[in-house]
Write a protein that binds this ligand. Structure first.
Ligand code: SAM
Ligand code: SF4
Length: 498
């Protein structure tokens, strides 16, 4: 597609009135000067101020920009140890010891944009282009289900051929697949979407077919740099992207997910950007982001920037930025992906991550065509962790963490402001504890290897013992119902949830 065609597509999709309606006095919520000032005026935070901030996070209250800026400026490594510990506590308070798993499914690498960091960018002539048809999407889904997954995030380049209609069809195709497993059956129960910003009318099409979360990363919140990194196509419009999740809320999709691509610019600035994004969603809709992602720039074919950016984030800095995000937005889910190597994933999960992926394939058609090697010319970037779901689940079980495939929240109407309230009061986490056990039982019976079963059963037993002692479950007569469901699932029934 020529540049002209890309611009024609941009003119077709971008609706200026769907940007303007969210601006305040003609301005968006990211003001570089304000952010730099906050970081500067909090450059030498007092130890007591930091400890007060920790207490505020532990009360599951979102932090203010001055407080996040102060955390970002901590230099004392002993104080960082306190922050890591607090981040873990906050996570356990809201989400307990659970990790939710998902599988990304790349449906198309056709793209009209030219993001300088991405292997899918239009001008990367080395990339082999492919868009899956619905039969191929179903085959990919079967392969993902056979690993034991229940959640997917579907990913698309931006292109007229992968427009909202195609995305909606692919969601329907995924939900339609059901595969027999060892004892019960497997299916995908929640489809999240990572795709280009859309109009409210197009987003409604996704809502109608049962989208889970809609995810759009701003990449960088710095206006100037954003312009340089996105030289052409609709993605060059910063504001169209910045307000994509506001439009999603207006379309009825109230689980939205934000993120920044770390490594493009100063990580402290981007954390502040994510916080301001959160604050604006809360202000305009009374609902913050369902999750925050912090992908790190990873080597991509045909992108020099992906390896030589001056802002690449070191492992120590990465752990710090995740910690600050955990403390700044205590109620939100945090996603760490297989872009990261196993060692760093282990380290960062401990400071508050709630979701991750495994057995990931990001080359188009990679799951069903069983490509074991990473294929530079068919994927967006290179993965850091190619271990199977079974291996990662076992490792987490050995760390005392329970894998959850729970997708009950959104099917029981616990989304948007309802789930936010429940998370802030640490109630949603309690329902998830029950559903985590039920879905982990399914996994262990249907898909786990013998070694994983041994490690998993130990965690499961401990959870079941805890469930019996939690007053909340007794007060709400949930223990008996849970016991019945557990028995039914153990006997091969599937997809029971509370
Ligand atoms: N095309 C859509 C878009 O750009 O929003 C959605 C799909 S895009 C493949 C998903 C995300 O991948 C981007 O938002 C970006 O943050 C991330 N990404 C792109 N290039 C990357 C790289 N080299 N390393 C790590 N993540 C990258
Ligand atoms: Fe296309 Fe998204 Fe890659 Fe940019 S990041 S080139 S929009 S797929």
């Amino acid at each position: 597609m020529s540049i002209l065609k890309a611009d024609e597509w941009a003119a077709k999709v971008i609706k200026q009135e769907e940007i303007d309606k969210y601006l305040v006095n003609g301005r968006d919520f990211i003001d570089e000067e304000v952010i730099y000032n906050k970081l500067y005026s909090n450059r030498k935070p007092d130890k007591q101020f930091i400890r007060d901030i920790i207490q505020k996070s532990l009360s599951i209250t979102r932090l203010e920009p001055d407080e996040t800026a102060a955390l970002l400026n901590v230099k004392d490594e002993d104080l960082w140890e306190e922050l890591y510990e607090a981040a873990d506590k906050v996570k356990r308070k809201v989400y307990d010891n659970r990790i939710v798993f998902f599988a990304p499914l790349y449906c198309s690498n056709l793209c009209v944009n030219n993001c300088l960091y991405c292997g899918f960018r239009k001008e990367n002539s080395e990339e082999k282009r492919r868009i899956l048809n619905m039969e191929e999407i179903k085959k990919e889904t079967e392969a993902v289900i056979n690993e034991g997954h229940k959640r997917m995030i579907v990913v698309y380049g931006e292109h007229p051929l992968s427009d909202a209609n195609y995305i909606a069809e692919s969601i329907k195709a995924i939900y339609s697949v059901k595969k027999k497993a060892k004892h019960g059956y497997g299916n995908i129960r929640r489809v999240n979407v990572n795709a280009a910003p859309m109009s409210i009318a197009d987003l409604r099409k996704l809502w109608e077919v049962g989208i889970g979360t809609y995810q759009v990363f701003q990449e960088t919140y710095n206006h100037e740099l954003y312009k340089k990194l996105h030289p052409s196509g609709p993605k060059s419009n910063y504001l169209w992207r910045l307000y994509s999740l506001h439009r999603a809320m207006d379309a009825g999709i109230d689980d939205v997910a934000i993120g920044a691509l770390f490594g493009l610019y100063d990580w402290r600035f981007e954390v502040m950007g994510l916080l301001y994004h959160t604050i604006d969603l809360e202000r305009q809709f009374n609902i913050g982001p369902h999750t925050i992602s912090f992908p790190r720039l990873t080597p991509a074919a045909g992108s020099k920037l992906s390896t030589n950016s001056e802002y690449l984030v070191k492992d120590e800095e990465f752990k710090k930025l995740v910690t600050v995000l955990r403390l700044s937005v205590p109620y939100t889910g945090l996603i760490i992906t297989a872009r990261e190597k196993p060692e760093i994933r282990r380290e960062v999960i401990k400071v508050g991550c709630t979701q991750t992926d495994a057995s990931t394939k990001i080359d188009i058609g990679g799951y069903s065509e069983n490509t074991n090697l990473q294929q530079k010319d068919k994927q967006q970037f290179m993965l850091g962790d190619t271990r199977s779901l079974d291996e990662v689940i076992r490792e987490l079980a050995e760390m005392g963490l329970i894998t959850s495939f729970c997708t009950a929240g959104y099917r029981c109407g616990r989304t948007g402001d309802k789930i936010m309230g429940l998370l802030k009061e640490c109630i949603e986490g309690k329902f998830c504890k029950l559903n985590a056990v039920l879905t982990f039982r399914e996994y262990l019976d249907d898909y786990a290897s013998e070694e994983t079963k041994i490690a998993g059963e130990k965690v499961l037993l401990k959870e079941i013992e805890e469930i019996k002692t939690i007053p909340f479950f007794q007060q709400h007569n949930l223990v008996e119902k849970f016991n019945q469901y557990y028995e039914r699932v153990s006997n091969g029934e599937r997809d029971l949830y509370l």
